[in-house]
Design a binder for this molecule. Structure first.
Ligand code: NAD
Length: 359
């Protein structure tokens, strides 16, 4: 059965890194006879230039048809002047919410070859393999009522609402537990149940969900302690599951444990496992057009797509192994370059991965 992948290169370095990722995807498609059909579309600044809006109807229709979406990155100074509701990043938020992509997977993996790139001591992070599962469509970022109001005494007050329904918590809980089953079978749920009632319920529902997974160990941690443990002993965690705001902050902290933003893939999944896959970084306008961008985060996003949506763990493993192999060969783009390694550009890095997956 053909599987449809919608490719949205986006802006600035987006098309450069996407070219390399697509090469690799086509190669594993051939090698493993996956029957993947690729279609290209417009999102972000590229869509504004072509159609006047960041998420054209046609792109949304293509996205609904696709099994998976591979995104480069959107935005940049060229569109800084456009009205807020037409900004490139709006296209990204809109596609996530239109497709109900509630489960955000942010792995923080540190290849031993890059242990020196981390701001932490190599022995604390070498071999780190952590998965943060963040709820992406609820919580305080979406809760109503919200706004800025003027009180009777004339003072202004900003307010937001932190709420999660049982079904929202259960949905992200099941996703985290089922992912843990494919890993080390440990879920750590992050909350602030000593202060926030919404997260008292979060903790209760996580306990209920855990009963369906007797083979997976559940632990709980307060978010402040989680932040501390992440920088103190990050390798203790397997899967961390948390709400939108805590996940936003913790996943960026975890990302930085790995040293380079150019290495980190991500996935956003819907309830049926369809999803959008993208590097964690932005469109890096400062290095666009210079062949300096690291394509590995996007290539590793292809591996996640194959594993989580397209059901081809073998092809995913092959790509991840190929990335490890090229790092072993000493190839480094400028963002991960250090003494004694070989500096390469975007295309050369992509070609090296391509050669390694084609072997
Ligand atoms: P950025 O991630 O684009 O860049 C931050 C720094 O990391 C820059 O120095 C950049 O050169 C470097 N960098 C990023 N990706 C790299 C790669 N693959 N290889 C090597 N170096 C890399 O963040 P920013 O500068 O804050 O944002 C630039 C634009 O991207 C903004 O318009 C922002 O809104 C947008 N953005 C988009 C996304 C997305 O599409 N998902 C995410 C974040 C930011």
């Amino acid at each position: 059965m053909a599987r449809k992948v919608l490719v949205l290169p986006g802006d600035y370095i987006g098309p450069e890194i996407m070219e390399e990722a697509v090469k690799v995807l086509r190669a594993v498609d051939r090698r493993f006879a996956l029957g993947i059909e690729l279609e290209h579309g417009l999102l972000g600044g590229a869509a504004i230039d072509a159609c006047g809006v960041p998420l054209p109807d046609e792109t949304l229709a293509q996205a609904r048809e696709a099994d998976a979406i591979l995104l480069g990155a959107v935005g940049g100074p060229k569109w800084d002047g456009v009205e807020r509701h037409l900004r490139p990043e709006r296209g990204l938020l809109a596609i996530r919410s239109e497709l109900q992509l509630f489960g955000n997977l942010r792995p923080a993996i540190l290849y031993p070859q890059l242990a020196d790139a981390s701001s932490l001591k190599p022995e604390l992070v070498a071999g780190l393999d952590l998965l943060i599962v963040r709820e992406l469509t609820g919580g305080i970022y979406f809760g109503e009522p919200r706004g800025i109001r003027t009180l009777e005494n004339g003072e202004r007050e900003g307010y937001n609402t932190y709420k999660y329904s049982e079904s929202e918590i259960r949905r992200i809980g099941h996703l985290a537990f089922s992912l843990a089953r494919k890993r080390d079978r440990r879920v750590c749920s992050v909350d602030k149940s000593n202060v926030l009632e919404a997260t008292v319920l979060w903790r209760e529902v996580m306990e209920e969900v855990a009963r369906d997974y007797p083979d997976v160990e559940l632990s709980h941690i307060y978010v402040d302690n989680a932040a501390m443990q992440l920088v103190m002993r990050p390798k203790q965690f397997d899967v961390m599951v948390t709400g939108n705001m805590f996940g936003d902050i913790l996943s960026d902290a975890a990302a930085m444990l790995t040293g380079s933003i150019g290495m980190l893939p991500s996935a956003s999944l819907d309830k049926d496992g369809r999803g959008m896959y993208e590097p964690c970084h932005g469109s890096a306008p400062d290095i666009a057009g210079q062949g300096k961008a690291n394509p590995l985060a996007t290539i590793l996003s292809v591996a996640m797509m194959l594993r989580y949506t397209l059901g081809s763990a073998e092809a995913a493993d092959t790509i991840e192994q190929a990335v490890s192999d090229v790092l072993d060969q000493g190839l480094r783009t400028p963002d991960i370059h250090s003494e004694g390694t070989r500096l390469v550009g975007t295309a050369e890095m992509g070609d090296a991965v391509l050669a390694a997956v084609s072997e």
